[in-house]
Write a protein that binds this ligand. Structure first.
Ligand code: CP
Length: 304
């Protein structure tokens, strides 16, 4: 793997290796504190981010490396009309590895053609978010002890939620996973995921609008935000934004060993009262993101 553009760029064996490395990093922080001395990570975020950008930067700093970059297209020469290709060509000369987020689907493909430095897709439009998926898989592996044999409910904006698209693509390679897709009819999982990922691999799935009626079946509940920034109409967003709000009452029928995940940021879709429930794993999930990104940086820079 030279670049990480989609989760399909990385094999199941490599995912397992990264998760094991992340666990080792969590236990032995000092061992890794100078592994990237002299290396520079560029974080080029043409779209807003808290977790992904800062966990990448924290990851590189925790490995003894340095970081540079920008957190908005407005503070870069994109504002003057510079193309993604030219920006990457230039920043490739200033850094050893680049993590980029861009609102246009496919922008990381343009980027990988513009530099010899490794490119990591940190989210492209409503398409893919492979390092969030690595974070999600690490969380499931740590909290559940396995990556196969469970029922997962994915709830909310399954149409525009890029984390859902990458996660379903990744999980399709693991055994005996039963998917329940819970969304309003306007925000169902895209046909290309159904055809190219699920049906192609003979994976069974259920689609429903009913969160409460599904919750007792779930081992994992993956909640998502309705992606306001991808809507064409404010009216449509307002109509759909609060369709699902997970609260303590809805969790009464849920399994005792359910884990609740969310890529964050949360808006209204999980009531704050749920944070106290031991099944709520979304803040731990955000923290694991730092360690899996440390493991990823080491792998992509070929550092043991
Ligand atoms: N989960 C995630 O991608 O969060 P940010 O948008 O804050 O990076």
């Amino acid at each position: 793997m030279k670049n990480l553009i989609g989760i399909e760029d990385i094999s199941v064996e490599e995912i397992d290796e990264l998760i094991e490395k992340a666990k080792d990093i969590m236990k032995n922080r000092d061992k890794y504190s100078e592994k990237c001395k002299g290396k520079i990570l560029a974080t080029l975020f043409f779209e807003p981010s808290t977790r992904t950008r800062l966990s990448f930067e924290s990851a590189m700093l925790s490995l003894g490396g340095n970081v540079l970059g920008f957190s908005s297209a407005d503070s870069s020469s994109v504002q003057k009309g510079e193309t993604v290709g030219d920006t990457i060509k230039v920043v490739g000369g200033y850094s050893d590895i680049i993590a980029m987020r861009h609102p246009k689907e496919g922008a990381p493909v343009v980027a990988e053609k513009s530099t010899t430095k490794p490119i990591i897709n940190a989210g492209d439009g409503g398409h893919n978010h492979p390092t969030q998926t690595l974070t999600d898989l690490a969380t499931i592996a740590i909290e559940k002890g396995r990556l196969d044999n469970y029922t997962i409910g994915l709830c909310g904006d399954l149409k525009f939620g890029r984390t859902v698209h990458s996660l379903v693509t990744a999980l399709s390679r693991y055994k005996n996973i039963n998917y329940i897709f819970i969304s309003p009819k306007e925000l169902t999982i895209p046909d290309y995921i159904k055809k190219n990922v699920l049906e192609k691999n003979n994976i069974k799935y259920t689609e429903t609008t009913d969160l409460e009626g599904s919750i007792d079946k779930l081992d994992i509940l993956y909640m998502t935000r309705v992606q306001k920034e991808r809507f064409f109409s404010e009216e449509e967003y307002i109509k759909l934004k609060d369709v699902y709000i997970l609260d303590n009452e809805k969790l009464i029928k849920a399994k005792k060993d359910l884990i609740i995940l969310h890529p964050l940021p949360r808006v209204n879709e999980i009531a704050v009262e749920v944070d106290e429930d031991p099944r709520a794993c979304y803040f731990k999930q955000a923290e694991y993101g730092r360690f899996i990104r440390m493991a990823l940086i080491l792998k992509m820079l070929n550092i043991k």
